[in-house]
Design a protein around this ligand. Sequence first.
Ligand SMILES: Cc1cc2nc3c(=O)[nH]c(=O)nc-3n(C[C@H](O)[C@H](O)[C@H](O)COP(=O)(O)OP(=O)(O)OC[C@H]3O[C@@H](n4cnc5c(N)ncnc54)[C@H](O)[C@@H]3O)c2cc1C
Length: 448
Amino acid sequence: MKNIYHTDIYKFEKPVNSYWEETTKENFNLKRLTGDIKAEVVIIGGGYTGLSCAINLIENYNLDVILLEAGKVGWGASSRNGGFCAFPPIKTSFKNLQKMFGKEETKKFFRNSVEGSNYTKEIISNYNIDCEVTGDSNFIVAHHPNKFKQIKEQAEVYKSELGIEAKIYSKEEFNKIGHEGTQQFGALSYKPGFAINPLKFVNGIARYALSKKLKIFEHSLVLKIDKINSSYTLRTLEGSVNTKKVVVATNGFYQEGLVPQMNSRILPVISNIIVTRKLTKNEIDSHNFKTFSPIANTKNLLYYYRKLKDNRILFGTRGDFVGSDQSNLNRSKIMEKFLKNIFPNWSNISIDYNWRGLIAMSQKLTPSIGKIENEEIYYGFGYHGVGVSSAPWTGKQLSKLVFSSNSKDLNISKIYKGLPKKFIFPKLRIFYFRLAVLFYNIKDKLNI
Ligand SMILES: Cc1cc2nc3c(=O)[nH]c(=O)nc-3n(C[C@H](O)[C@H](O)[C@H](O)COP(=O)(O)OP(=O)(O)OC[C@H]3O[C@@H](n4cnc5c(N)ncnc54)[C@H](O)[C@@H]3O)c2cc1C
């Protein structure tokens, strides 16, 4: 298997040095796969998608399922994201979706996105997960006066076309209930939306899955899938599992070579997060930072930030292009400047944590859910950095697909269905992405 980025980012055995790891010491310490065994379904990847798919397969269809995870449970993006339960999981506009797929499919797509957010909330309650839910909406902040018109239009579309609860706040209004700062020129709020501790969430799902007798093997990287007649043998360093059906739930950590039909279709993108030290009440008040709801701004290369329950500020944005530990550190220094430009009164606040991970993008600019033609291999990926609401829901949809073996049966918007196109000259993927970033950086500098 081939890695797109530096090997540092694929050190599955190494725990990620995130703030979230400091908030819980829960570890499952599950065995690695040794020996040769069988199962009805094997899931590759133990994040939100894989775990949710497994639970639904066991609870609704009583299937015998094994899950193989390269690191510890949730090692990928699911344990280290920002914890924003936002939507939609796309990198294109409502207008573009309408042009490509028509009004009805676009509306259905947004309905499915809202269902996803509600499903995440449902899981938290049904599986009894204490994952520090905060906030009761999502905010989008206009980072420049030019962008206020854009969020006003978005609020109108949300309300009148999509039936989504949305509200506009002027700069002065948001100063009172959200925060003030140099890049705050009004905001849009939409519901549902909230924030979570992502590690406690994924651990909670895993705990529930284990209680339903899901067999999870940690530190069991699938190196190869062999097909003999109509069955698959998944090989790890020390063992193998024979099965009739395979679910690939590796999202941004997919490594080229595992499934030939999936190669060259995913663009893994690095996303970085920094977390400040705890702020005093006076420091928080100096920018009137009131809200605990998640916030993203209107930059093309967006900033996302939130106040954590212990008065730290979590701040995230696009990562670097390399993936080494050093490039992560360099990027975090740049991000510290971004944060302090918005909130100048915090210029002396130190950063306690920095980390990064991989999200999955694709040429489709929307998620992909489906089954590989003429194979019993299923996939769900490409949430474009919005997986808290869409990955658990995708896992549930995948379970239906696996059970019926028929992708046409799935009653979800067509926008999700099928694989994205392959990249032309896939080795140049990161170069294409660099060009796109350059373009969006210029747009952001010009505030267009
Ligand atoms: C820094 C960062 C911040 C983010 N912030 C947000 C946010 O605030 N809100 C939001 O909605 N989304 C956010 N995301 C995205 C979100 O975390 C993901 O979309 C979501 O977690 C995807 O879940 P998943 O289960 O599909 O994939 P992952 O959680 O990435 O899990 C994939 C798993 O597959 C395993 N794996 C890979 N290859 C193999 C193999 N060959 N064999 C065995 N196992 C394998 C990996 O170890 C990994 O654990 C963020 C992502 C990052 C990186």
